[in-house]
Design a protein around this ligand. Sequence first.
Ligand SMILES: *[C@@H]1O[C@H](CO)[C@@H](O)[C@H](O)[C@H]1NC(C)=O
Ligand SMILES: *[C@@H]1O[C@H](CO)[C@@H](O)[C@H](O)[C@H]1NC(C)=O
Ligand SMILES: *[C@@H]1O[C@H](CO)[C@@H](O)[C@H](O)[C@H]1NC(C)=O
Ligand SMILES: *[C@@H]1O[C@H](CO)[C@@H](O)[C@H](O)[C@H]1NC(C)=O
Ligand SMILES: *[C@@H]1O[C@H](CO)[C@@H](O)[C@H](O)[C@H]1NC(C)=O
Ligand SMILES: *[C@@H]1O[C@H](CO)[C@@H](O)[C@H](O)[C@H]1NC(C)=O
Ligand SMILES: *[C@@H]1O[C@H](CO)[C@@H](O)[C@H](O)[C@H]1NC(C)=O
Ligand SMILES: *[C@@H]1O[C@H](CO)[C@@H](O)[C@H](O)[C@H]1NC(C)=O
Ligand SMILES: *[C@@H]1O[C@H](CO)[C@@H](O)[C@H](O)[C@H]1NC(C)=O
Ligand SMILES: *[C@@H]1O[C@H](CO)[C@@H](O)[C@H](O)[C@H]1NC(C)=O
Ligand SMILES: *[C@@H]1O[C@H](CO)[C@@H](O)[C@H](O)[C@H]1NC(C)=O
Ligand SMILES: *[C@@H]1O[C@H](CO)[C@@H](O)[C@H](O)[C@H]1NC(C)=O
Ligand SMILES: [Cu+2]
Length: 562
Amino acid sequence: MKALSSMAKLTFSLVCFILVAPWMASAAIVNHNFTIGTQNVTRLCNTQTIVTVNGQFPGPTIEVQEGDNLVVEVTNSGPYNVTIHWHGVKQLKSCWADGPSYITQCPITPGNKFTYNFTITGQEGTLWWHAHITYLRATVHGALVIKPRTGNDYPFPKPAAEFPIILGEWWNANVEDVIADALARGTVPNDSDAYTINSQPGDFFPCSTNDTIRLLVETGKSYLLRIVNAGMVRGSFFKIAQHNMTVVAMDAVYIKPYTTDVLLINPGNTMDVLITADQQSNRYYFGTRVYFSQPLASAFLNTSATAILEYKDNTNKSTPLLPNFPDFNDTSTAVNFTTSLRGLNSSVPQTVDEEMLITEGLGLVTCTDNSCADNNGVRPVGSFNNISFVYPDIAILQAYYNNISGVFTRDFPSNPPQAFNYTGNVPLGLWSPELGTKVKVLKFNSTVQIVLQNTQIVSFISHPIHLHGHDFYLVGQGFGNYNSQTDPANFNLVNPQMLNTVAVPTGGWAAIRFVANNPGVWLAHCHFESHSSLGFDMVFLTENGPGSSDILPPPPSDLPTC
Ligand SMILES: *[C@@H]1O[C@H](CO)[C@@H](O)[C@H](O)[C@H]1NC(C)=O
Ligand SMILES: *[C@@H]1O[C@H](CO)[C@@H](O)[C@H](O)[C@H]1NC(C)=O
Ligand SMILES: *[C@@H]1O[C@H](CO)[C@@H](O)[C@H](O)[C@H]1NC(C)=O
Ligand SMILES: *[C@@H]1O[C@H](CO)[C@@H](O)[C@H](O)[C@H]1NC(C)=O
Ligand SMILES: *[C@@H]1O[C@H](CO)[C@@H](O)[C@H](O)[C@H]1NC(C)=O
Ligand SMILES: *[C@@H]1O[C@H](CO)[C@@H](O)[C@H](O)[C@H]1NC(C)=O
Ligand SMILES: *[C@@H]1O[C@H](CO)[C@@H](O)[C@H](O)[C@H]1NC(C)=O
Ligand SMILES: *[C@@H]1O[C@H](CO)[C@@H](O)[C@H](O)[C@H]1NC(C)=O
Ligand SMILES: *[C@@H]1O[C@H](CO)[C@@H](O)[C@H](O)[C@H]1NC(C)=O
Ligand SMILES: *[C@@H]1O[C@H](CO)[C@@H](O)[C@H](O)[C@H]1NC(C)=O
Ligand SMILES: *[C@@H]1O[C@H](CO)[C@@H](O)[C@H](O)[C@H]1NC(C)=O
Ligand SMILES: *[C@@H]1O[C@H](CO)[C@@H](O)[C@H](O)[C@H]1NC(C)=O
Ligand SMILES: [Cu+2]
């Protein structure tokens, strides 16, 4: 009987496949118009003119099905240069649509437009889009939801409803002034004035209570939270009072479901999380607490952004229950979470063609002008392998495609220029990186392994490193200095997670593997915007392959020029 019914099922799905297949091949075109403009928004009793998309803050949620062609016409009606990045989208053979300013394109200047046109294949879950220039992404961001193709299901029970949850930050200042002011004075940018959930700070910040976000749920039902950390400067713990969460995807890759009462989510990462309304009908706070891994933390904003999970038939209007958040410096909870996640369908390359050890961290350089008189004549920088990235005046991809020389050099090193105790007491002589616009050239289809080694210079915190245009397997991580003799034996080459952003443990390292299968120019950077602005960036240039379909296509005709 059982065999018969599965036989029937098989026949049914074969029929379905044949019927559906031709239709599936021609996936839909999804069109959106983004108008960048300004708008006055009040938070914390403070009104700011902010840059938004279509007048929305956070910006519109874009929903597609896997396989769709997304076409977004961006019109810049605002006062600043802008570009939009589709964070986590693999952009296979569509590097021109990736969006980081001066890397794949010149900015869309005020009054002009550009159409981003790309296909989203082999990715399902939640990604996001954001401005990729200066500090604009603080307000110019939104969720990108990728559902299964028609006929495919989630690998988990269908939730009763889905909620995008965007973690962000708010400044009582124009964010463009925040970054310009920091660069002019040679300091790190000022901290934000509030953390937010869907742009609202919640009940623990001034003047915010009336607008606190509420999610209404029904007893017994399950819901999918599509959490995006769009924060600019810090990672966060995330908790819901008295409710467990089951993480089912991260960075638009399904994972082995993992049930926990606390998440750690870093800027650049996304998580799809199932919750069930299985507690007493009531109101429960959920929200964030900053994770700040530096042991001797200086002052920082540690108030929780909160929203409310409310059962629909709840009659109790007393103060909601607050989650018991971990301490801001609870690295063991942070690491316990990140090391517990496992891939669902991993197929890790077992051999490596190109091996790199890349140090990453902060540093200090001497100013050559008066710009950091306030800071003892030095300014903070970020670097990879002792090179602090200097943004060029034209896009690297354009320079590469058109053979324009003098824009970048191809000598980004595969190893740090000198070995030292990276997580020890680093001598001051090693605190100043070189400045440069160097790229690392990768052979098409080569398997790359990179060990990202955190350095204990200036401050040693966990940095979320984001790679554009690829997902990578996180095959290993640890504290202290990476040991190339002993650590590889402990790599997980069976079921590691696949991510687009990895938080390298504080005072530690992370090993990633990916295949350079996508011709073009790909930025990698710290997803703390304050650090990326200070040169915490690097660039990979993947050469064309031998096949006629393995090459970078020509640029779209409306690509902005500099
Ligand atoms: C986008 O704007 C164009 C006009 O520029 C209009 O024809 C089109 O219908 C709009 N598309 C959407 C999806 O709103
Ligand atoms: C925002 O407020 C300022 C000052 O009140 C005003 O000049 C400006 O026109 C407003 N901008 C928008 C987009 O409403
Ligand atoms: C998008 O790109 C495809 C080729 O990849 C092209 O056929 C299509 O016309 C483009 N659409 C728009 C609106 O430019
Ligand atoms: C940043 O903070 C400093 C010191 O508190 C302050 O003087 C400055 O005005 C702030 N900058 C901006 C853009 O708010
Ligand atoms: C919140 O709403 C109440 C009642 O409508 C109102 O009296 C109060 O002024 C509001 N508070 C703020 C900060 O807007
Ligand atoms: C959360 O999960 C843990 C471990 O499975 C369990 O002990 C606990 O009772 C659960 N809590 C709630 C509120 O469901
Ligand atoms: C790690 O997380 C698991 C699952 O939430 C929990 O059972 C365990 O106690 C945690 N371990 C530590 C050391 O915090
Ligand atoms: C966190 O905030 C509380 C007040 O809310 C304050 O007393 C405490 O000093 C802060 N801790 C840090 C490390 O800033
Ligand atoms: C966390 O910081 C507090 C001071 O705010 C300190 O007492 C405690 O030892 C720190 N914990 C860890 C694990 O570093
Ligand atoms: C690096 O420095 C740390 C802190 O001083 C020390 O504990 C560690 O043993 C050193 N590691 C090596 C490999 O020298
Ligand atoms: C990429 O490399 C793999 C094995 O390393 C090989 O099987 C595959 O054919 C290559 N693909 C292309 C397009 O060259
Ligand atoms: C805006 O972009 C254009 C083109 O790259 C550039 O010439 C101009 O300097 C930029 N403006 C600002 C304020 O950066
Ligand atoms: Cu960083």
